[in-house]
Design a protein around this ligand. Structure first.
Ligand code: SAM
Length: 327
């Protein structure tokens, strides 16, 4: 069994099996550089995955620094618990990131200096057919980040109305054939339940009139259903709202998104918080009296050609950074 140990600043990390480190962290250096403004600060990695970002953050922190690690996925969290066992600076919680307020209060993080969200799905989730995230691997149609609760994609497809399915495919997948596909799904489920990723993928392939050579026809459908099952956009909006109130002045929010729906939410949220409340034009308030809780830091960052060469997943990544302003 391949195992390794890494020691740095007196913190000994007992490694897991090397084969567990199959997620290549995206925009790793850029994200950690933007996030850490003080090495004795308090940080939250909302999306541990396989810990690429968390490990890099921990390496930058001094002994007084603290890191709260979250993930909705129990496999990610057992990886984190294993990895950070001997590091008293790090606390690990199995949770959705919308609960960030409750968790920072529980662990007495008084004021955050940085919060990282590296959104979406990790490679270990995609590569495990039993999780049902990939149309390229046949497996049960699950798609939950947290397999311990909630509705699976198969259950949702069994119970949702045609209108609801169409709405999800259109709004969360930006799928132009949403109507045809939802109709085909309803017809197929009347014959037998749609229980596997292959069942779903086959129905989509048969129902679309044209095939894009560069994209599998089920790509958008899988994305849409995954977003619905995990309520990904609501989670993101709720977390961002909470985070602003939890940050110390000068603290940074760093968000890496992988599709335009997520990025639009982040971009809009940062813009609104950086512009301040929208008062009517003649409202008697001076510009100087408008509180703008965030300042946008730099331009959106994309992966370099070199990174895309070694990690294709990074090609769609976009990172935005904002800083908390003094009250
Ligand atoms: C792209 S991966 C993160 C990879 C990680 N930065 C790394 O370097 O290994 C995204 C992770 O976020 C988790 N996740 C997605 N939505 C979540 C939510 N609402 N709350 C908590 N974790 C979530 C997923 O389970 C997945 O493990």
């Amino acid at each position: 069994m391949l195992e390794f140990q890494m020691s740095w600043q007196g913190f000994l990390y007992k490694g897991n099996k090397l084969e567990n480190y199959v997620h290549k962290a995206v925009l790793l250096e850029e994200a950690v550089k933007a996030l850490i403004t003080r090495c004795d600060g308090s940080y939250v990695d909302c999306t541990y995955g396989r810990g690429g970002h968390s490990r890099a953050i921990a390496l930058k922190l001094a002994s007084a620094g603290r890191l709260l690690v979250l993930d909705a996925d129990i496999e990610a969290i057992s990886h984190a618990r294993n990895f950070f066992t001997d590091d008293s600076r790090v606390v690990v919680e199995h949770s959705r990131f919308s609960k960030i307020r409750e968790l920072t209060e529980k662990h007495e993080f008084r004021g955050l200096d940085g919060v990282l969200l590296d959104l979406g799905v990790s490679s270990p989730q995609l590569d495990n057919s039993a999780r049902g995230f990939s149309f390229q691997l046949n497996g049960p149609l699950d798609m939950r980040f947290d397999s311990s609760e909630g509705t699976t994609a198969a259950e949702w497809l069994r119970d949702a109305s045609e209108k609801e399915i169409e709405h999800v495919l259109k709004n969360y997948g930006e799928e132009r054939f949403s109507r045809r596909i939802s109709r085909a799904l309803i017809a197929a489920r009347d014959a037998s339940d749609i229980e596997t990723t292959k069942n779903l993928s086959d129905i989509v392939v048969k129902s679309v009139p044209s095939i894009d050579r560069n994209k599998h026809p089920a790509t958008r459908v899988f994305q849409a259903i995954r977003i619905q099952i995990n309520q990904e956009l609501n989670e993101l909006s709720r977390c961002l709202e909470e985070v602003v109130g939890l940050m110390n002045s000068g603290g940074r929010i760093v968000v890496i998104s992988f599709h335009s729906l997520e990025d639009r939410i982040v971009k809009h949220f940062f813009k609104v918080k950086a512009t301040g409340d929208d008062f009517p034009r003649k409202f008697p308030i001076k510009d100087a009296d408008i509180y703008r809780p965030l300042k946008i830091v730099g331009k959106p960052v994309k992966a370099s050609e070199e990174e895309i060469q070694v990690n294709r997943r990074s090609r769609s990544a976009i990172m935005r950074v904002a800083e908390k302003m003094p009250c």
